[in-house]
Design a protein around this ligand. Structure first.
Ligand code: SIN
Ligand code: CO
Length: 395
């Protein structure tokens, strides 16, 4: 069933998507073809600027990169950076996960919530001097490139790069630069303009004077990564401790041959491994709600459940920008943890997860359910949720 959006949000979303509603955008463009959207966003002034980005790039809990091209030679360094280069041109600073540290960046990223939250990765912002960029490349994920300040010339090639030639990289460079980049399209983006690119679409953005660009990127874990992680979790949870034994074995005069007894024991044991769709769901929920590796939550000073309930019932609660929360039916997944959503509080808790905040009266209603008090108090105590604006978490 289509979700009903309030008219203001619907108009803002249409504007964000170049006049298309989310369904039309997803059907025509998502994972299929690029879309250039002029004046997609008209309120980007309050995003972090060059100095705010530089301050983020100086932190060791923030992922940042500096890319320079001097006389045709590319270099890349990873942060933290005490200061930015003095040179006037040909470098750019890229700061990953700005949404984790800046509520305005988080709010901007949430405008893309017509895609499930488990697919949303982060909002990166780059500051580039004239001529700066990261060269022609492919990304393995969908990305919206939003021009925040200044101008940048984007060139891209329609269609996914599939052939070995289209994917060939320049050897001996610290970045993955495409060797043969033959763009089909070009546009200069001004503040508020946005370019959507599907995965594996070759592109290059070059700054025309100092500029800021935000990239809203989506997660695209490979089958390899998913299956490895699933089997690892399964082994941790359900495989027995111990090891195959060897007691009473006969002597061998062919020591190079695989030991048949040991081999058979391993074959038998592995053949007994079973998992259910529920195990897979649990893995997916926990895996996709796992915070980024550099994220550490700040738990508030402890409060009793009763005191928490009194405050939360007045102000309501919201998710921390770093919290990824997901659900399926009555099961919730938050910050890599699985839990049961108490039946009578289920609708309110799912609303909190979908909209990332819940007002005071809905929170109070949910907190009438004893199991929900315990659950929300635990989330709050871990720093995963906070009281709504204006109310301090401090005791
Ligand atoms: C940038 O902002 O410089 C790079 C973004 C991208 O091409 O993915
Ligand atoms: Co890119």
């Amino acid at each position: 069933m289509a979700r009903l959006l309030d008219p203001n949000r619907r108009d803002a979303r249409r504007r964000l998507l170049g006049g298309l509603d989310a369904e039309a955008f997803l059907a025509r463009h998502w994972q299929r073809r690029p879309l250039l959207i002029r004046r997609a966003v008209d309120d980007i002034d309050d995003l972090p600027d060059r100095d705010a980005l530089a301050a983020l790039a100086a932190r060791d809990d923030v992922e940042s990169r500096l890319v320079e091209v001097v006389g045709g030679r590319w270099s890349m360094e990873t942060g933290p950076f005490d200061r930015l280069p003095r040179r006037k041109r040909d470098w750019s600073l890229l700061v990953q996960g700005v949404n984790l540290h800046d509520e305005r960046a988080d709010r901007l990223m949430r405008r893309f919530d017509f895609v499930p939250a488990m697919r949303l990765d982060d909002l990166m912002i780059s500051y580039a001097t004239d001529g700066g960029g990261v060269g022609p490349h492919l990304d393995s994920y969908d990305v919206f490139l939003l021009q925040v300040a200044g101008r940048r010339r984007w060139r891209w090639r329609r269609g996914a790069a599939r052939s070995a030639r289209d994917r060939a990289l320049v050897p001996g460079v610290p970045l993955k630069l495409l060797r043969h980049f033959a763009p089909t399209d070009e546009a200069v983006l001004e503040p508020g303009d946005m370019l959507y690119l599907p995965p594996s679409c070759a592109h290059e953005g070059v700054a025309l004077g100092p500029c800021l660009t935000a990239s809203i990127g989506f997660r695209a874990p490979s089958w390899n990564e998913l299956s490895q992680q699933f089997l690892f979790d399964l082994a941790e949870r359900s495989w027995p401790d111990g090891r195959p034994g060897d007691a009473g074995r006969p002597a061998t005069d062919t020591p190079g041959a695989l030991d048949e007894t040991l081999l058979q024991a391993i074959v038998d044991r592995l053949a007994r491994i079973r998992w259910s769709p529920r195990d897979v769901e649990r893995f997916v929920g926990r895996h996709f709600s796992e915070p980024k590796p550099q994220v550490f939550f700040d738990p508030p000073a402890p409060r009793s459940v009763e005191r928490f309930v009194r405050q939360a019932g007045k102000t309501g609660v919201r998710l921390d920008p770093r919290t990824i929360a997901l659900y399926r039916g009555s099961r919730g997944y938050i910050a890599g943890d699985a839990c049961d959503l108490p039946t009578h509080a289920g609708p309110a808790l799912r609303r909190l997860i979908d909209h990332r905040r819940l007002d005071g009266s809905s929170t109070a209603a949910a907190l009438a359910v004893p199991a929900a008090r315990v659950l929300l108090h635990a989330w709050w105590s871990a720093g995963w949720i906070h009281f709504n604006d204006g109310a301090s978490d401090a005791a």
